[in-house]
Design a protein around this ligand. Sequence first.
Ligand SMILES: *Cc1c(COP(=O)(O)O)cnc(C)c1O
Length: 381
Amino acid sequence: MSIGYNHVRARIHVRAIADNFLEMNRRGGNCYGVVKSDAYGHGLAVVAEALAGAGAKTLAVGTVEEAASLANTTFTGRVVALLGAQLPEDYPLAVAHDVICFCGRREQLRRLNEAAVLARRKARVSLKFDTGMRRLGFLPEEASEVLELVQSLPNLEAIMVSSHLATADEPEQEAHVHEQGARFKGVVDVLRAGGLEIEANLCNSAALLAFPEYHFDGQRPGISLYGGNPFYGTSREELGCCLRPTMEVTSRIYQVHDLKAGEGINYGLTYRAERDMRVAIVGVGYADNYSRNLSSKGWMVVGDKRVPVVGRVCMQMTAVDVTDVADARAGDTVWLLGGNSPAAISACELAEWWGTISYEVYCLMGMNPREYLLDRDIQRG
Ligand SMILES: *Cc1c(COP(=O)(O)O)cnc(C)c1O
């Protein structure tokens, strides 16, 4: 899980994650904290406990195995597995830990019921409908058949109905959100008319921020808990400006030296000095998940200044131009993400230089050795 051979550190601001949850929950009213993929690289157990402290009653992970691992934390609320039961061993595991599995195939419903009968327990599930993502789930027109099947399985309790939006973070594709929203509402109506008491949830972070009309009974924010603005670079950017950054990533300068005008640096000598300059060699590279796409494109923070990456990102080292940082020397801290000055780099900015989204920046940078800034005095919502 964690990279063990470098000087890179991902520092997690636990309090900021709790604050972001409170902010989103104030809007939605019943947020399930999405903590899949090791809490977007922030660490599942610590984040789960912080969200519990902020009042989260439900968390959502990816696999059933991840869901079961929450039993080793102080979180005692409901746990949803968004990927649902996939492996044969997932079915008994989900039942034993009372994991609420997303189910989008009939076989999953039958097998969860069987596992529940064997264990003399109930299996609680969320019926997952594909309203326009074209990824996982029953089709809306199958709603009555799914209802019948669920009602014929004695140890199954369908307590939620869910769907996922494909374009909620793209203002220019808003029409598709409304198509999905209308289809979802149709499914919810069919299930309720058939007698199911069911908690409907559709929104991810972007929809929670932009479409209050689709808040239904629960919401599933993920990226917003980690301070990522799903609307970064769009006309709705303002909507996500209320969030606090949650991860800083640092490394160290290994060496500082002059580069004369005309000299090239690093593999391929792809960058050539246009003037006499000073460069710092920083201890981070693509083996630390600092993407090679950042070659001559990224920026880092040294002291209170942003400095550009010059030349190729190597496996464990990257050069930056520190000509304008008078006192840079070996051993100094360098921020790849964050920083303690107005020059701080946001996950969205880093993602833009990298050619990706903040989600991937967090998941990948968070695989570096982590340190936690804990603040036990988390305010309850
Ligand atoms: C990851 C995920 C979310 C959270 O989405 P964000 O864009 O991170 O808020 C919600 N629902 C499902 C099904 C997901 O897989």
